[in-house]
Design a protein around this ligand. Structure first.
Ligand SMILES: [Zn+2]
Length: 192
């Protein structure tokens, strides 16, 4: 190494070390960024619709959808005073209107939660599950029950304190492969 080069390195040692450290840091950040974008691509590919002949009946007869499904668009929750994605449909019903199983299946959970109220989950074929939230305390099914399409599982209420201002309604979700899907894709008489 010539004296000039040695001198240059000696003189700018700290600067060169800093630049080297910056370079390594940028490299590491880039690797992490690429890795995480690959992961999110995989998540995006999770099927949210699948070929199925299953058609769900409306869980609340003559029910009117008062808050529709949105996967990314934010909807205002007037109870919690916040904007949120609403991966469900809210179906209005008079207090104590019957809630019916939309398709045959097996009850896999019956839970109670402050924000979601009384919640029943039914597992169907084709990797589909349906979730019925904001049910009245008097839930008509228990875990392990086999239900037929149209069986009454409970009643509409305001038990979901997270959606109290919307009045008595059913908060209805559809899961495909464990991921929330648009219920309108499966509900009869849906205009989607
Ligand atoms: Zn809801």
């Amino acid at each position: 190494m010539s004296e000039q080069v040695k001198y240059f390195f000696h003189r700018h040692k700290r600067l060169l070390l800093t630049l080297g450290a910056c370079f390594i840091a940028i490299l590491l950040i880039s690797i992490v960024a690429v890795k995480s974008s690959q992961t999110s691509k995989i998540e995006d590919n999770v099927q949210t619709t699948a070929p199925t002949n299953i058609t769900f009946i409306m869980p609340v007869q003559d029910g009117v959808i008062i808050k529709d499904y949105s996967s990314t668009a934010l909807k205002f929750n007037s109870t919690l005073k916040q904007w949120e994605a609403h991966k469900a449909v809210d179906i209005k019903g008079s207090d104590n209107a019957e809630v019916k199983a939309v398709y045959q299946g097996e009850v896999v959970s019956v839970e109670s939660d402050y924000l979601r109220g009384n919640v029943v989950t039914i597992k169907h074929s084709d990797n589909l599950q349906t979730v019925y939230a904001s049910l009245a305390d008097d839930v008509k099914v228990k875990v392990g029950d086999k239900v037929k399409q149209g069986d009454v599982i409970g009643m509409v209420s305001t038990s979901a304190k997270g959606e109290l201002n919307d009045g008595p309604h059913l908060h209805f979700e559809v899961l495909l492969n464990g991921v929330k899907a648009d219920p309108n894709l499966y509900l009869e008489n849906s205009n989607k």
